[in-house]
Design a protein around this ligand. Structure first.
Ligand SMILES: Nc1ncnc2c1ncn2[C@@H]1O[C@H](COP(=O)(O)OP(=O)(O)O)[C@@H](O)[C@H]1O
Ligand SMILES: O=P(O)(O)OC[C@H]1O[C@](O)(COP(=O)(O)O)[C@@H](O)[C@@H]1O
Length: 367
């Protein structure tokens, strides 16, 4: 008899609630998992599975999850830390759980792989199936991560606000910082979606400040304002902190504030100024868009079918729009990045009319 648990780990991303809803619905309606308490939501990420007595366990039913997709965030809370494979296996045994759905990024999926290995070592009959998430869309192999479209949609709205500020002032430049630690997908897509951006700075392309100033000056000369979008991982050589967080990730310096101050200093003598918007947490807390919700429902149902077929240590994701299954450990083998010579970035360069100095043309060979 199936007894399933699910967790959401890592940072927030639009669509987590849609996945929780889809998994619950598929278990209940497709497979008849209707016994009360047999579909469990562990709260606080892996902490909830490692310390089940200290974290609320939610009994998920179709009634409970009916409208959860209407709001952003995760009803299970998206916790970091607390991963302890032997302790989790002990808890799974005690609770009789034989199916675990792990919803989270590359870190979460790698931990899912470690959990699979521990369960295998202990001969524990449990299916562990992952649904990869990343607001940055930097997960290898798959077409796109769920929530990415929703993030781009709301980022494009913020860019329009930045455009209003800049275009309503003399010699102004608006700077918008968007998420994207290692990949500039959100920045590039939001710029393409809004079509009012003059410079996009992404982690994949190194840039010189002088080249940004030149482009801002050119645009101000031409139309009296400019809009710059910067991904959080861009230009880290200007703001490096040298620090690591508790999970071992490098703590990035604030390139958004740095660019605002640098451009402000540059424009001041000409009588201009910079405006700055950092909508990071607004963008990842929005409710899901329609297309993303459809994608989440497909992923959630396929995750359940995959577990029901007895697979474990795997993730599901769309490849050429077909939901496929692949080993969870593969996800930890790298991060997807914008291809500097690829059509997305090249479209972005053309749409923003960026010069070669900011397009990565000089560094493309190594990117
Ligand atoms: N290498 C790892 N070993 C064990 N657990 C990990 C590892 N990487 C991540 N985790 C667990 O997964 C959680 C989420 O990972 P994190 O990298 O913070 O976010 P994301 O899943 O979004 O990449 C971590 O807080 C931790 O509990
Ligand atoms: O503030 P938090 O929760 O640590 O998360 C911030 C980080 O998470 C990210 O949103 C990445 O999240 P994903 O795992 O969804 O790609 C980065 O863009 C950002 O640096």
């Amino acid at each position: 008899q199936v007894k399933a648990a699910m967790v959401t780990c890592g940072g927030l991303c639009p669509g987590l609630n849609s996945i929780i809803r889809g998994v619950t619905h598929s278990l209940y309606y497709d497979y008849g998992v209707v016994t009360p308490g047999h579909i469990i939501g562990a709260t606080g990420g892996y902490n909830g599975l490692s310390e089940p007595d200290e974290h609320e366990m939610i009994n998920l039913t179709p009634d409970y999850v009916r409208e959860i997709h209407m709001k952003g965030g995760s009803i299970l809370k998206a916790g970091r830390g607390g991963f302890d494979a032997p302790k989790i296996c002990e808890g799974l045994k005690k609770m009789g759980i034989n199916m675990v759905f792990v919803i989270g990024g590359d870190g979460t999926q790698f931990a899912g792989h470690l959990l699979y290995e521990e369960a295998k070592k202990q001969k524990l009959p449990v299916s562990i199936v992952g649904v990869p998430k990343s607001i940055d869309n930097d997960v290898l192999f798959i077409d796109r991560t769920f929530g990415f479209d929703s993030a781009v949609e709301s980022a494009a709205t913020v860019i329009r606000n930045a455009w209003v500020e800049a275009s309503s002032c003399e010699k102004a430049c608006s700077v918008v910082k968007l998420m994207g630690r290692d990949a500039g997908f959100v920045a590039a897509h939001a710029a393409l979606a809004s079509n009012i951006v003059d410079v996009v700075l992404v982690p994949e392309v190194k840039f010189e400040l002088e080249d940004v100033y030149k482009q801002v000056d050119l645009k101000i000369k031409h139309k009296n304002f400019a809009v710059v979008v910067v991904a959080e991982g861009a230009g880290q050589e200007y703001v490096s902190t040298g620090a690591k967080d508790a999970t071992g990730h490098t703590v990035y310096g604030d390139i958004g504030v740095f660019m605002r101050d640098a451009i402000n200093k540059h424009l001041k003598p000409q009588g201009g100024r910079a405006f700055y918007i950092d909508p990071s947490y607004i963008i990842r807390s929005v409710p899901i868009t329609s297309t993303d919700h459809i994608y989440c429902s497909r992923l959630a149902h396929d995750a359940v079918h995959t577990a029901m077929r007895g697979y474990t240590g795997v993730c599901v994701g769309a490849i050429h729009n077909v939901i496929c299954m692949f080993k969870s450990k593969l996800i930890a083998s790298g991060k997807k990045k914008l291809k500097v010579r690829g059509s997305t970035w090249q479209s972005c360069v053309q749409s923003c009319q960026m010069p070669a100095s900011l397009s990565g043309a000089k560094t493309a060979a190594s990117a």
